[in-house]
Design a protein around this ligand. Structure first.
Ligand SMILES: CC(C)(COP(=O)(O)OP(=O)(O)OC[C@H]1O[C@@H](n2cnc3c(N)ncnc32)[C@H](O)[C@@H]1OP(=O)(O)O)[C@@H](O)C(=O)NCCC(=O)NCCS
Length: 180
């Protein structure tokens, strides 16, 4: 991956191209790290989908505590998407809280957010990134591969008890090997 940050800033260029074949022409947003002031917007974005059972809800407190995990996509000055990279173990991290506002979907923003999170993961020394998701096709298009849930450490299921789908969950587990 060759996601570039603009010199002297913490912003990824909208024109980056990386080894996973991202088509930058589709995206019209800038990706930057979240700041505390983004929390209300993040909460609305995430919890709207959580209300439909598509992802886990996030409290304002959790967003503040984990703000450094989050990246946001901004278009015309508005946060239109977010993703979190949560480190689970010495070599393992999870893509969480991935959401793109409905009116901004289908423009490559979701893919760009995940790619930026993967760039972060590589810088941290993470070897494997995983996602638990209902949008398997989205992650497959980014090079993730399905895995049996039993291959992931038990520790990662702690959050599941908070989910409306627990214990009859049909989320897929997918991983991406960053060392390949
Ligand atoms: C899933 C989501 C983040 C995708 O964001 P997006 O900006 O619309 O996605 P992109 O435009 O970057 O799409 C990238 C690729 O994934 C594919 N894709 C997008 N959504 C998909 C879906 N729901 N199922 C299968 N494939 C999907 C696109 O067709 C595209 O493929 P291509 O590169 O071959 O053209 C967005 O639909 C969303 O926020 N959904 C609701 C919340 C949710 O389900 N979050 C995931 C929790 S793990």
């Amino acid at each position: 991956m060759e996601a570039r940050r603009e010199a002297g800033t913490d912003v990824w260029s909208r024109f980056y191209v990386n080894g996973l074949g991202y088509n930058s022409d589709l995206m019209d947003a800038t990706i930057r790290r979240a700041v505390l002031a983004d929390a209300p917007r993040l909460q609305r974005l995430i919890n709207d989908y959580a209300g439909k059972g598509q992802m886990l809800p996030r409290s304002r407190q959790a967003l503040y505590e984990h703000v450094r995990d989050y990246l946001v996509a901004v278009a015309d000055g508005i946060v239109v998407g977010c993703v979190a990279l949560h480190v689970s173990w010495e070599d393992l991290a999870e893509i969480r809280s991935l959401a793109v506002a409905e009116q901004s979907q289908g423009s490559g923003i979701g893919a760009a957010l995940v790619r930026a999170a993967l760039e972060d993961a590589q810088e941290l020394g993470v070897r494997t990134v995983f996602a638990l998701t209902f949008v398997e096709g989205f992650f497959l298009s980014l090079g993730f591969r399905p895995v049996d849930k039993s291959e992931l450490p038990h520790k990662i299921w702690q959050e599941c008890v908070h989910c409306i789908h627990f214990p009859d969950c049909d989320e897929m587990a997918l991983t991406l090997d960053l060392t390949a």
